[in-house]
Write a protein that binds this ligand. Structure first.
Ligand SMILES: [Zn+2]
Length: 292
């Protein structure tokens, strides 16, 4: 099968238009972000993001979200393309991003993930049993630092970002299309989620490593897509947040005094500022205090 750009876009636009119009009510959509890479929205309210690369030798996916989203995705890809899903990549071993992967494994896809993804997935599984409840398959191929998928004349680089948000986080880099999928640690056009999680200093290291990739479009795990300038803003935001909170702790300030003294108004246009900025400060304050 030969796919030209024009044909690909026509085929894709016919279905997702409805989802763009009524985004609030639609959980699933596929919207192209470059010649060959498509932004997959799944999960409740379409708030979990995956990616799809279509080539004439087959399809590469990253993240299938949950069994319902994965079922929709499998059926939709079968309707639209006559090439199989060859590879499924896990951005990291968190159950809320890779549910339903067993559906693709049954169809013959090879699952590729960082060598720590399985232990991350199994970490709390004795209590939660998410792995079986969400039909999550374990990886067929694992790697430690970097792995390249070559398919249909394209390169997909999987780059380990080091410890921080999980022990298995990789950036999925569609080299020729200049698209990067960087989940959870990257917040695009918005502040961090609530108290941010930890350790925040490692998040900054992970983000800087992702920033070294050559991309025009970044697809995070949730919320908004953007460009490299948006990743720069978020790295600067976190860096300023940590530096100012560290200074406040060194000066013996309480959490409330720290929150009141933050000089970060230039980031105020980021989404969710009113809801989450003070929580971001609290999260960083508490973890830095705890770390001593
Ligand atoms: Zn995660």
């Amino acid at each position: 099968m030969k796919i030209t750009t024009g044909l690909l876009l026509t085929a894709l636009v016919s279905v997702p238009l409805g989802s763009i119009v009524a985004q609030e009510e639609v959980d699933y959509s596929l919207v192209p972000v470059s010649d060959n890479v498509i932004h997959f929205r799944g999960g409740t309210g379409g708030n979990h993001f995956g990616t799809v690369l279509v080539t004439d030798e087959g399809i590469v996916l990253s993240d299938t979200i949950d069994p319902e989203s994965a079922t929709w995705l499998r059926d939709e890809l079968k309707k639209r393309y006559d090439v199989p899903v060859k590879y499924l990549v896990y951005t990291h071993g968190h159950y809320d991003h890779v549910g339903g992967s067993g559906i693709f494994k049954e169809d013959g896809a090879i699952i590729i993930a960082h060598e720590n993804a399985e232990s991350d997935l199994m970490a709390n599984d004795a209590e939660t049993q998410w792995v079986s409840k969400r039909n999550i398959a374990m990886p067929d191929i694992t790697f430690s630092d970097k792995f390249t998928i070559k398919i249909g004349g394209k390169n997909v680089d999987l780059v380990y970002l080091g410890p921080g948000h999980s022990e298995s986080l990789v950036a999925v880099h569609y080299v020729e299309d200049k698209v990067a999928h960087v989940v959870d640690v990257a917040n695009i056009k918005q502040v961090g989620y609530r108290t941010l999680g930890k350790p925040v200093k490692q998040y900054i290291r992970q983000l800087k490593k992702a920033r070294e990739l050559d991309f025009d479009v970044i697809i995070p795990g949730h919320a908004n897509i953007g460009g490299p300038e948006d990743l720069d803003i978020y790295i600067n935001y976190l860096t300023a947040l940590v530096a100012q909170v560290e200074d406040a702790i060194a000066a013996g300030k309480s959490l409330e005094e720290t929150q009141q003294g933050m000089q970060m108004d230039k980031f105020k246009t980021l989404k969710r500022w009113d809801e989450w900025f003070l929580l971001n400060v609290q999260g960083v304050y508490e973890q830095l205090k705890e770390a001593g």
